[in-house]
Design a protein. Sequence first.
Length: 486
Amino acid sequence: MAKTVLVVDDDPTQRRLIQAVLEREGLGVAQAETGGQAIDRMTAGGGADLILLDMVMPGMTGLECLAELRAAGVSAPVIVLTANGGIETVVKAMQAGAQDFFVKPVSPERLMVGVRNALQLTQLTAEVGRLKKQAANRTTFDDLVGSSPAMRQVKAMGARAAKSGIPVLITGESGVGKEVIARALHGASDRGGKPFVAVNCGAIPANLVESILFGHEKGSFTGASDKHLGKFKEADGGTLFLDEIGELPLDMQVKLLRALQEGEIDPVGAKRPVKIDVRIVSATNRDLASQVAEGRFREDLFYRLNVFPIEAPALRDRREDVAALVDHFVGRFNVEEGKRVMGCAPETLALLTAFDWPGNVRQLENAVYRAIILADAPYLQPHDFPAISGVAMPVLESAPAPSGPSPAAEHAGVEMPPAPDVPIRILDERGHLRTLEEIERDLIQHAIEVYAGHMSEIARRLGIGRSTLYRKVREQGLEEQIKEAG
């Protein structure tokens, strides 16, 4: 999902120039001629990821506009534009909440550096906030990514369940994010901020299930050298999330049922029961009703757990959320890996949206993680998702190819022939100058042929960055030539 920049300037020429630079880098652009228009857009739902704000405008100044935006709760980063680069102006802008400033006229390079830095800072701030809420067990349904009808239904059902202590059973395929829903359910309840303990019932060895869930006393069995509280006691006052509840052995199902009914547990080796105050949220990717019919799950426990069912939708049933999920994961992994990927190219996003994602959100998360690690361009390309697109990664060289003869050729006393000098036409058939875009396309196409599609070498020879080269190749429609040359 492309980021949107709001350009606020009373000079239409300045707005058009800045818009051209931003759109060339794949960013969406909105415009406002006055501070009032900017405030209306940012507070009425239009929004933007970044604001470029002119300091001197008729009516409301940039500083006044910035103050009103912050007073209205608008947290989008702001970069101010000024014709006066004096220290006093800069200090006032920073004190008012600006992240950066540009002295007009600003070069395209300086503009993009500032924009990327501001967007990266936004991602970092959002990730820190997310981690703080998760660590404090304060995640709520507002933090769940997605606004599709299926997700709106999940949020609405979850918000109602959070207001009571009713047992909740979350169903859905593997990887749909059942634990994320459980955390939101806990954070939105009056138990938010208290312990949230997650247990994967399918990952516990059968002979340790009772000890891990209910705890044990010291010396109660061989190897019990210390007292162990158990997951129920760890979650006391908070929420116990029992993931893959369908994997729980039948004998443990009996003890779990008693714990739910009586509000107390019997630790292994204990002389008396221990009272607990725990809310149970369980989850499964199995059909528990079928397991009940087959005698593999207790019917009384099923009805005890399935008081308030919530079905987590598969990702293929909420394709509208793919763009928001990708944007979320890109921001998160940018922070974790120190990358500066700005999002997905339109064709990449279309590809990801059309894919069925059998592994659901977990598979998408891992695919974006891999793409972020390998990405060289500002926007993720189809070849960054080879398992989905079928497009192989471009050949990457560990070192630039030598410009002169190879060591072996020099040793043999043989001089390598230079690349053929093919003139690039600058005039068309009628003798008029060809456009710069046409000449540039011919030059890049010739470089692709000469250097066999090796993008690192082509970029070095043309004196441009690899990300710029990839963008120009995409704009000029030369992807096929790269494949053929490689």
